[in-house]
Design a protein around this ligand. Structure first.
Ligand code: GAR
Length: 194
């Protein structure tokens, strides 16, 4: 039997990327299991999606903890308890701190809606459109201590061509839902063969 990677998906909102990843784990495109969903907002819709999918989920409220170190230490306990090997950020709107970075060194990935290094940080699609950029796109990258600065794993772009925000957003999501499972499958299979 194939060795399936155990991953946790971190999200803050809608969770369409969680959904795409979950479906890829079910239909054979991604040899991995999402063993935990972590949300930093108890009202995040991703929690409803996790429930529907039968994936264990956990939410917390960062401001109820004394520090990032305190809530990340609590998360490490949950993640290790679930046997999590990789952290997959999918719309998680919070910087990862030293406790998680140390525990999951080189095993944290993120997806970002721009062609990095252009437009890191919040509202990357808004930034792209406001700057009048010719191209929009998506980057999958490793997470380091910076804001969207880690080594790039995969990128895909398309011409904006005067499209409105709704159209650009839809294209970005379409790309993300394909590119993220594909990139993770490559990454995990490389890991297993070393
Ligand atoms: C995605 O477009 C993702 O790239 C972006 O949040 C969206 C979440 O959508 N992430 C960032 O901007 C991180 N800086 P989803 O909740 O439907 O998956």
């Amino acid at each position: 039997m194939k060795n399936r990677t155990k991953m946790a998906v971190f999200a803050s909102g809608n969770g369409s990327n969680f959904q795409a990843l979950y479906e890829a784990t079910q239909d054979g495109r991604l040899d991995a299991d999402i063993v935990l969903v972590v949300a930093d907002k108890p009202s995040a819709f991703v929690l409803e999606r996790a429930k529907q999918a039968g994936v264990p989920a956990f939410s917390f409220t960062p401001r109820e903890y004394a520090s990032k170190q305190a809530y990340e230490s609590m998360l490490v306990e949950k993640l290790e308890g679930a046997g999590v090997e990789w952290l997959v950020l999918a719309g998680f709107m919070r910087l990862i701190g030293p406790v998680l970075l140390r525990t999951y060194e080189n095993r944290i990935v993120n997806i970002h809606p721009s062609v990095l290094p252009a437009f890191p940080g919040k509202d990357a699609i808004g930034q792209t459109l406001e700057a009048g950029a010719k191209e929009a796109g998506v980057t999958v990258h490793f997470v380091d201590e910076g804001m969207d600065t880690g080594a790039i794993i995969a990128q895909r772009s398309f011409a904006v061509d005067g499209s409105d925000r709704e159209t650009v957003e839809r294209k970005i999501h379409e790309i993300e839902h394909q590119l993220y499972p594909e990139s993770l499958q490559q990454l995990f299979s490389r890991q297993q063969s070393v």
